[in-house]
Structure formats: C-alpha cells, structure tokens
Design a binder for this molecule. Sequence first.
Ligand code: UD1
Length: 409
Amino acid sequence: MTPAPYYPADPRNRTRPWDENRYRADGERLLREGRLGCFVVAGGQGSRLGFEGPKGCYPAGPVTGKSLFAIFAEQILAASKHYRRPIPWYIMTSPLNHAPTVEFFERHAYFGLNQDDVSFFAQGVMPSIDRATGRVLLASKHEVATNPDGHGGSLKALFVSGALDDMRARGVEHISYFQVDNPLVKCVDPVFLGLHATAPDSSGEMSSKMLPKRDPAERVGVFAKLDGKLGMVEYSDLPEKLASKRESDGRLTFNAGNPAIHLLGWRFVERLNSDPAFSLPFHRADKKVPCIDPETGANIDPAEPNAVKLERFVFDALPLAERSIILETDRTTEFAPIKNASGEDSSESSRRIQTERNAAWLELHGVQIPRTPQGEPDCVIEISPLTACSPEDLTDLPDRIQRGAKVAL
Ligand code: UD1
C-alpha cells in the first residue's frame, strides 16, 4: 500500500505544478456543449442527524434556513445560465424517502429549475439480517425488513432506472457525483471536470477529490494505491501505525481523506453494467432495525443494534477504472457536511465553515469582516449560489459587515 498521488489544490505547488487554466477551459467547453449531468445520492436514512424526513430537506443555509436541495438546485440553475445549457440533475432516493422527496420539489416549484431536467429514482434495498440468528428480519407479517443498499448501489440504479439512457439521449458524458449532506460541494466544477476528462493520467472513468486529513484519528477513508491500483481504505481498516505515519515535512503519509466527491464517466457506468456479473462488494454495518417477533408478531423497537445491514460503497469502483486522478480541495472551500445533531460535522459546524468561506470571498473584495480574538468571523454570512458561485461573481458589496450581523447575499 502506497500513498495516492494527487493534483495539489495550488497549481503552483512545486512538487506537482499543473495548468489550471487549461483544464478550466476544457471543463468549460464541455459544460457549454452540455456534457455534464449532476447526481446526488440522497437515499441515506440520516438517522445520526435525528431529522424526520429526507436529509436533503434539512435547513442548511446559515441565515435563510434554505434546504440542502435548494442550495444544490441554485448552483445548478446558476451554472446552467452561465454556460447556456441545461444541466440535468438526477436524484437518487430510497424507497423510504422517495415520495416525500418528490413532494418537496413539487412544493418548491423545483427551485426554479425546469422540471424536465430533474429526475428522481429510488435505489435498491437489501434484506436486514438478525444479528443473533442470521435470519432475515420481518418488518411486518408479510414483509421483509430492508435497508437501502448503500451509495454504491447508485451505479446499478443509474442503469436500471433509465437515467443512463436519459443521459445518452441528452449527450451527457460525465456525471458529477456528490452526497446530500455537504452544502459547500461544488456541484459544477469546470477545473475538476477538465482534469477528469482530459488529463493524460485520467481515463475519464472515475475521478475523486481529496481533503488532507485533520489528524491521524479522523474517521474518513483514505485514498491509496494497492497493488498499483487506486482505491480507498476505510479508516477502520487502516492500521494505526500507517494512519499516524508521517513524511519528513510532517505531513501524514496517508493524508488523502475522502470528501465523497467524484466524477464518473457515462461510458464507465455503462461498461460496468454491461457485465451481468458486475457487483460491488458488500460491507457490513450493525444497526438498529425495527422489526416484528416472528413467533408472536409483536413489534420490536430495538434499543441496541439488532441487525446486520449490507451496503455497497461507490468508491469500491475506483480500482475498476483504468486510470483515475485525484484533485486536492480544502475544508473551508468545499466541505461543510451536516451529519450529526451536534459537535463535529453538525449543522452548527457547517454554519461556521460556510460563514468562513463566505467571509474569505468578501475579504478578497476588501469588505471588512468583524472577527473574534480567535480569528473567527463574528457574524453569519450566507451567499446564494444565484448571487455568486465563486468570489469573482460578487458585485455591489458593502464596505463592512457589522459585528453580530446576519447577512444573506
Ligand atoms: C462517507 C464515507 C467516508 C467519507 C464521508 C465524507 C462511506 C462508507 N464513507 O461517510 O469515507 O469520508 O462520507 O462525508 O461512504 N447514501 C445513499 N444510500 C445509501 C447510503 C448512503 O444515498 O444506501 C448517501 C447518503 O444519503 C449520503 C451519503 O450517501 O449522502 C453518505 O452516506 P453515509 O452513510 O452518511 O456516509 P458517511 O458515514 O457520512
């Protein structure tokens, strides 16, 4: 196992300089030609967040309380306008949250997107298994208890749902894959698209972004080369000795953390599915699954994990790509996930990171931002993607933001 090479976030980095402008131009050309589709995996259950309803409906805008879905929709709308081509958006739900997800979009008039450019499909499910006996659990007398088959199920679901056919009909060649929990993700990133589609070390099949790990114990998977092939090693599988190994400059040797942002080639997904034996491996997770007692029919609402769930992970497809590239990104720019009710990766931490990114954008234009003695913005700032998708888009700005203010631009 060796560290995965990556394109550094700063293209002037001396260890691996690269031509950002060239790849941006390539990506922008593809966008003007209508070659990109967006794809969010939103079938997860969001149980850690304790939020009733589809996670994409969660209020994530730090000032407006705008939902995650609204934030992505605005980005896609802004990019479609900018590149003068509709960017179709595919939303993977699960049987558990499909109907309320579609209903949410209808209630919000598709957030201004053309309804024909938004498609929904539900992912597959797997039976949930009794941890103690290995038998399939029952949800009711005549119904097996099931769980969504993991975000890796998306590769099959894209195919069986007809989404891939829709992409072919539209001329879409690349799929921007992101998770529903990260309001800062760049749904449309021309530089990443250019690298994925045209860099010599990419086969245009599956590319990824990486985040330098915060510390050895951070619970994220890391990209690594295994027997010469790029892949992902889950944090639970990475021996502590390797997780804490450092280079001479102090950097963690295996520092390429996974923010779950990928580009997939349409052809790649089609090639995988054209093999009838195609299947990603299953991973096991022990979870609480409500069920009935098969003897008495009584409902069981377990307090402790009683079931084994089987899930597929999308990054297990990485070694199936011929040549796969990774682009470095950073937390403040592109990673503010909402996963937990409090603490790390919560709506509170996401609000803070979003404000930090927005403050940095405003400061580039000379706007004065009030800061705490620790250097954090002492205000809350939200920037709608319809106002700006990058700092260059910002105009008509105030000279300063007041201490304690809540500002939505
Ligand atoms: C995931 C990654 C982790 C990465 C982190 C970054 C895995 C196993 N781990 O962790 O390496 O560092 O994201 O944020 O993926 N989903 C579905 N259907 C499912 C299951 C999940 O659509 O059946 C979607 C969820 O809606 C969510 C995403 O996949 O958008 C992530 O799922 P989750 O199980 O929350 O993964 P994490 O533990 O956050």
